[in-house]
Design a protein around this ligand. Structure first.
Ligand code: DX5
Ligand code: ZN
Length: 226
């Protein structure tokens, strides 16, 4: 399997929850991953969907699932998403006292392991853990709600992570999440991100698949300078 240089992952948080399967199919041939935001009303104030919805949706599409757990006690819940067939399971550094142990559990359950860093969390304490992970998700907003304004200062963390990945020759996706749209994706790509979550910018568009393609084109241009 060839690895795509850039990943665009539409977030179903911005989709119509009454028509989830149709909404996923609308972007199925344009997107690389489907980003699934799980919120528990404890780690973040919002409440979204959980395992039963992910299990049902898994049967409705071929797209790899990029599950973003904004929940407390991820050691208890995260492996269930790997068992449900998620391609990548990301949990928050702020919610876990032993991220490396959970990353191992996720990999043994057959998933990629992702570490998420929220708006107010510095990245430096986590850089040495990155060899245990496949994905580093750097929030470009405060986790909890879609439709927020992108915070450009948070790209400093993307720069730092990219430098660390390059110097350590790590195999790690650097994913950005929050406010990614046509007017922000180029900065994120230039800072070193290679996976892009977009909710509102995809599902708020008249043609969600076309919006995905446009975002990818912008990110590619910003990366290659073409
Ligand atoms: C928010 C979620 C995001 C959200 C992004 O906490 O993690 O994935 O869906 O939505 P937009 O793209 O609208 O900022
Ligand atoms: Zn997310």
């Amino acid at each position: 399997m060839t690895v795509p240089p850039l990943i665009v992952a539409p977030s179903i948080l911005a989709a119509d929850f009454a028509r989830l399967a149709d909404e996923v199919r609308a972007i199925e041939h344009a997107a690389d991953w489907l980003h699934v935001d799980v919120m528990d009303n404890h780690f973040v104030p919002n409440l979204t969907i959980g395992l039963p919805v992910v299990q049902s949706l898994r049967a409705a599409t071929q797209l790899p699932f990029d599950v973003h757990l904004m929940i407390e006690d991820p050691r208890r819940w995260a492996p269930g998403y790997a068992d449900a067939g998620a391609y990548n399971v990301t949990f928050h550094a702020e919610a876990c006292d032993d991220p490396v142990a959970l990353a191992k559990d996720l990999r043994s359950a057959g998933a990629k392991a992702g570490l998420a860093i929220d708006r107010d969390t510095p990245i430096e304490p986590y850089l040495d853990l990155l060899p245990s992970f496949d994905t580093l998700l750097i929030m470009t907003i405060k986790a909890g709600f879609g439709g927020q304004r992108f915070i450009p200062q948070l790209l400093d963390k993307v720069h730092a992570a990219r430098r660390h990945v390059a110097s350590g020759h790590l195999e790690l996706r650097i994913e950005v999440d929050g406010g990614i749209a046509a007017d922000t994706i180029e900065q994120a790509a230039a800072a070193g991100a290679d996976a892009f979550v977009a909710g509102t910018a995809v599902y708020g568009a008249d043609d969600p698949a076309e919006a995905v393609r446009r975002l990818r084109g912008l990110a590619e241009r910003a990366t290659t300078g073409a």
